[in-house]
Ligand binder design. Structure first.
Ligand code: PMP
Length: 348
């Protein structure tokens, strides 16, 4: 006897990165930004007006939407705001997929895509990347799902799909192509032009990574007004709270703060990659704020547990093609140095 639909009963549910509470924990498992958000954000929070909390928030996150529209130089009807970009992935899934309408993903990828398919009872079609994370373009086109999710920069590898390939894919697909740019603030280029050029492209962004605001839950999607209007029908009435909107406006005003942190992280990323290589890890070329590193002895699970014992949390994925690797968020230089020291000790 169950009260749930069959697919809900069968699925195990998304497991987010662990949280270890403690003062000396080095938490580099969820790709959070190691630096605090802009001082403008903290000032906006200190100056909050209680009146704002008494009322329901703006249904379409109006002021934040306007700020995004100004930042991207696009009309606001090209933008939908979400309670994190995760919520928008859910909105897209609910709007476009069903048991008869498949989701297609090159694999491995962000684990939530599969979870959303399971909740929706939509078939999830996996198309493997090769070992260098080259996009399996022809196979994705042939699969022709109702929605194709591509993370670029990709998680968990940090690699990017060249824009000309995404352009080709968008032109060939008869259906929605979601380009998930959660990590774009650490990358060399972005796909926004493709959302303007193709009426089936949705570009997804978040304030969780580059803007150091994972705790606020704020993201947005960019697509042509026809698509945005369809997604608006599916979202909750007041999906983004008033505090998130105020904070988001302040964060967007301080591009210099976000860019300076991104530059620091990119420099630390290069240093950390070369330190890991000195320990004989094989490191994927990353344009994100994390590194996927293959352990020289294939003992990634052991390394994960040993690091955890020392208060260092990294991400380990017990799944095919990832079980010999660790995904490590780029932390502060001090945190990265402690990680490398711990790994050197554990590996003897
Ligand atoms: N897309 C990818 C590829 C991610 O790794 C994440 C972060 N876990 C998200 C989307 C979700 O980001 P958020 O919901 O914090 O905006």
């Amino acid at each position: 006897m169950t009260y749930f639909r069959h697919n809900i009963e069968q699925m195990s549910g998304y497991v987010p990165g662990e949280q270890l509470i403690g003062t000396n924990i080095i938490k580099i498992n969820s790709n959070e930004n190691p630096y605090p958000p802009s001082p403008l954000v903290l000032a906006a929070l200190r100056n909050l007006d209680g009146e704002l909390l008494r009322r329901y928030p703006e249904p379409m996150a109006g002021r934040f939407r306007t700020a995004v529209s100004a930042a991207l130089d696009l009309p606001s009807d090209w933008i939908i705001v979400g309670n994190g970009s995760d919520e928008l992935l859910g909105v897209i899934t609910r709007a476009c997929t069903s048991p008869q309408r498949q989701i297609v993903c090159p694999m491995p990828t962000y684990v939530l895509y599969r979870t959303l398919a399971q909740i929706q009872d939509a078939e999830f079609v996996e198309i493997p990347y090769d070992d260098n994370y080259n996009l399996p373009l022809e196979e994705i086109i042939a699969a022709n799902g109702a929605v194709t999710f591509i993370a670029s920069p990709h998680s968990p590898s940090g690699t990017v799909v060249p824009l000309d390939l995404l352009d080709k894919l968008a032109a060939q697909l008869q259906s929605i192509l979601v380009i998930d740019e959660a990590y774009v603030d650490f990358a060399a280029e972005d796909a926004l032009e493709l959302a303007k050029k193709h009426d089936n492209v949705i570009v997804l962004r978040t304030l969780s990574k580059g803007y150091s605001l994972a705790g606020i839950r704020l993201g947005f999607a960019v697509a042509n007004p026809g698509l945005i209007a369809g997604l608006m029908k599916v979202k909750d009435s007041y999906n983004v709270d008033a505090i998130a909107c105020i904070v988001g406006v302040a964060a967007l005003q301080d591009q210099a703060h976000k860019n300076a942190n991104a530059e620091k992280i990119k420099t630390s990323r290069a240093t950390l990659a070369s330190e890991l290589q000195k320990l004989n890890f094989d490191v994927c070329p990353s344009q994100a704020n994390f590194l996927l590193a293959r352990s020289p002895h294939g003992n990634a699970e052991y390394l994960y547990h040993s690091l955890k014992t020392r208060g260092i949390l990294v991400r380990y994925f017990p799944q095919p093609r990832l079980e010999d690797k660790l995904r490590i968020t780029v932390g502060t230089d001090e945190q990265n140095a402690q990680l490398v020291k711990a790994l050197a000790e554990i590996m003897g």
